[in-house]
Design a binder for this molecule. Structure first.
Ligand code: PMM
Length: 290
């Protein structure tokens, strides 16, 4: 039942959806350690759900540049209780993992979307698991694991190169049996990308539609948003102080007609997206004020 609800969401084109992030990690750049204890992770998951996220993305591996990987057992220990609890609450849960075994266990525990930052490149067993489960799959542009990914941030033309590499992943995934209407693509801001690469991609969001699939954007709290307006010598804004900048990226995504934005602070993005939607629709259902 949740699975078909998730598949229906992939077909949603009237508005840009909000995916709320629940990182159960000691070391994510944006909120590492904050929700790491099991009780805190469960409570945070419920808060993200209450804030109105359309999808909740639960992850147990930090992908910040330079991060080491947890064992499979540790990743499972982190994510499964949170996935199970949110699914029981009726949430559409996506599992943010590069590992087939974690995806399979999370799907068993009630997840109904797989979000794989490696687009199937990190684990050869991932695509068969997703094809067999028949669930929506988010495939992100990826060039290598976090430990050395910034050395891979070399492009002739970042927009053209990312689109070409994503198109080749798309063809491989569809060729491996993934259903066309379950595939979502993501340009992977910050993954083997410098700040300027991210800005070039932000400036070219409408071009991503040429890939022919719904597009998810993950800009929330990333480092390129922390340096704006800071004077030379001033420290960048810390991740949790980047939500205002994040809402600007959410507006750009909605104006470009993207499918979904992945954000840490659901409420601020939901509020700015309501503004964009009212303007694009020329009205709101509940409007009485001028
Ligand atoms: N970014 C992060 C983690 N998962 N998934 C997708 N699809 N796209 C992203 O851009 C993305 C992701 C890293 O951010 P976090 O540490 O705040 O979760």
């Amino acid at each position: 039942m949740m699975r078909s609800k998730a598949a229906t969401l992939v077909a949603e084109r009237d508005r840009t959806l909000v995916m709320g992030v629940v990182n159960v990690t000691p070391d994510s750049f944006s909120d590492g350690g904050v929700w790491f204890e099991p009780e805190a992770a469960l409570a945070h998951g419920r808060d993200v759900l209450a804030a109105g996220a359309d999808i909740i993305d639960v992850g147990g591996e930090s992908t910040r540049p330079g991060a080491d990987r947890p064992s499979v057992e540790e990743e499972l220990r982190r994510v499964l209780p949170v996935v199970r609890d949110l699914a029981e609450q009726g949430a559409i849960v996506s599992i943010d993992t590069m590992r087939a075994a974690v995806a399979a266990a999370a799907l068993d525990a009630g997840a109904s979307v797989v979000n794989d930052v490696s687009g199937g490149l990190a684990d050869p067993d991932m695509v068969p698991v997703v094809v067999e489960a028949g669930v929506p799959y988010v495939a992100m542009h990826w060039r290598g694991h976090s430990v050395d990914m910034q050395s891979l941030a070399v492009y002739d033309d970042v927009v053209a190169d990312v689109c070409r590499e994503l198109a080749s992943r798309r063809d491989a995934l569809l060729g491996a049996g993934l259903s066309e209407n379950l595939l979502v693509l993501d340009p992977g801001l910050g993954f083997a990308k410098t700040a300027d690469h991210n800005w070039s991609l932000m400036a070219a969001l409408p071009a991503l539609h040429e890939l022919g699939h719904p597009i998810l954007l993950g800009a929330s709290r990333k480092a390129f948003l922390g340096r704006l307006g800071r004077r030379a010598g001033e420290a960048p804004r810390p991740p949790a102080a980047r939500d205002l900048e994040t809402t600007a990226t959410s507006v750009m995504a909605a104006m470009a007609g993207l499918w979904c934005v992945r954000v840490h602070d659901v409420e601020s993005t939901a509020r700015v997206l309501a503004v964009v939607r009212a303007a694009l629709d020329h009205h709101t259902a509940d409007e009485e004020a001028w």
